[in-house]
Design a protein around this ligand. Structure first.
Ligand code: OGA
Ligand code: MN
Length: 327
C-alpha cells in the first residue's frame, strides 16, 4: 500500500473473535475483541503477535490488563521480559522489576515539576524520536505501554510513531547502497545531552567516557524480512566516518524517517488501553502537552529483549549482562 493511500480505504479484518483495523496507510493497527483481563488462548496471542510483526504498532483499546502482574505475564508471551536492574531513587517504588515507570509522578506519587531536574530531563529525552534500548548492547524488541491514569482529554500526552521500514524502503537506491553496511554508535548520554543542552546533569560529560553500543544502521526485521532505518536519538555517530559527517548523515536520515507521512499519532482514550510496538520496526516519542506539571499521567511499560539475529548488533553479548535499563 502506498504512503499516499488514505486511511479510510484501509481494511478491517476479522480473525476469530479479534478485529484488526489498520490505522495508518502503511502500518499501525487497532485490535478489538481481545480481553487481557485473563490469559488469552494461544491462537489469539499468535494473531496479536503476527499483527505486531506486520503493522509494527498494535493499539488495544480497553485491553483491561488487571494489574502490573497481568501486564508482566502477558508480556512474557513475547519472550524474555527485561527486569530493571535498579530503580532510581527518584521513581515510585513499583513492586515488579519488570514494570518501567513512564509516568510523570515522583517518588511520592505527586506530579513532577520543572524543579525535579532528574525526572524532567528524562521526560525531555523521551520526547526525542527513539527506539527503546538502542543504546544497549542487546536491543529491545517489544514494548508494551499501558495507561493506568490518563490526563484529561485534550491536554496532550499523545504517543507518536514513525514507520522505519517504509522510510527505508522509500530511500533513493543510491542512498540505500551508500548506507547499507554502516554501523552506528549509540549512546544514552547523547539523547540526554541533545534534549537538555543546559542541564548541569549532562554538561561537560563525553559520550566516549560512557558505555557505547554498535548497531547496524540498516538491520533486518526478521519476522517480515524487511529492512529498517534504525536511526534513533541515541545514535551519536557513524563508525569509520568523521564525527561531524556521520552526525550530518544521521540528522538527514532521521529527518527523512520522521516526515509526517510516516507518523502515526496515538491519542490515548481510556484508562486500561494498551499499545504494543516493535522497536525493531518503528520509532516512537512522547509528546509534550498542557497536562505537564498539572495532571497525572500514570503510564507503565514492559520491555521484551530482542532475540533476532541483529539483537546484539556488533556488540559483545557478554556486555549485555550489565547493560542499563531500557529507556
Ligand atoms: C516509552 C515511551 C512515550 C509516551 O514508554 O518507551 O517512549 O508517550 N513512551 O509515554
Ligand atoms: Mn520509549
Amino acid at each position: 500500500m502506498s504512503a499516499t493511500t488514505s486511511v479510510s480505504t484501509t481494511s478491517a479484518t476479522s480473525t476469530g473473535g479479534l478485529q484488526i483495523r489498520q490505522l495508518h496507510p502503511t502500518y499501525a493497527c487497532e485490535i478489538t475483541g481481545v480481553d487481557l483481563s485473563k490469559p488469552i488462548p494461544e491462537e489469539d496471542f499468535i494473531r496479536v503477535r503476527d499483527a505486531l510483526h506486520r503493522y509494527g504498532v498494535v493499539v488495544i483499546p480497553r485491553a483491561n490488563l488487571p494489574d502490573d502482574r497481568g501486564h508482566v505475564e502477558f508480556s512474557r508471551r513475547f519472550g524474555e521480559v527485561e527486569k530493571s536492574k535498579w530503580r532510581s531513587p527518584h521513581m515510585r517504588p513499583l513492586p515488579y522489576d519488570e514494570i518501567f515507570d513512564i509516568s510523570n509522578l515522583d517518588v511520592k506519587s505527586e506530579i513532577v515539576t520543572e524543579s525535579n531536574e532528574k525526572r524532567i530531563t528524562a521526560i525531555r529525552g523521551n520526547a526525542l524520536w527513539h527506539a527503546d534500548g538502542s543504546f544497549n548492547p542487546r536491543r529491545t524488541y517489544v514494548s508494551m505501554l499501558r495507561a493506568v491514569e490518563l490526563p484529561p482529554a485534550g491536554t496532550g500526552g499523545e504517543t507518536e510513531y514513525a514507520d522505519a521500514r517504509q522510510a527505508y524502503e522509500d530511500l533513493p537506491e543510491e542512498t540505500k547502497a551508500r548506507i547499507k553496511d554502516l554501523v552506528v554508535v549509540h549512546s544514552f548520554l547523547h539523547n540526554r545531552q541533545t534534549s537538555n543542552p543546559d542541564s548541569p546533569l549532562f554538561k561537560g560529560r563525553s559520550v566516549f567516557d560512557e558505555p557505547l553500543a554498535r548497531h547496524k544502521l540498516v538491520p533486518i526485521h526478521e519476522p517480515s524480512g524487511q529492512l529498517v532505518l534504525y536511526v534513533t536519538s541515541y545514535a551519536h555517530h557513524i563508525e569509520g566516518m568523521p564525527i561531524e559527517e556521520g552526525q550530518q548523515l544521521l540528522r538527514e536520515l532521521m529527518a527523512h524517517a520522521t516526515q509526517p507521512k510516516y507518523v502515526f499519532r496515538h491519542v490515548w482514550q481510556n484508562n486500561g488501553d494498551a499499545v504494543i510496538w516493535d522497536n525493531t520496526a518503528v520509532l516512537h516519542r512522547a509528546t509534550a502537552g498542557a497536562y505537564e506539571g498539572k495532571h497525572r499521567r500514570d503510564m507503565r511499560r514492559t520491555c521484551v529483549m530482542d532475540s533476532s539475529k541483529d539483537a546484539y548488533g556488533l556488540n559483545n553479548p557478554a556486555d549485555a549482562k550489565n547493560q542499563r535499563n531500557s529507556s
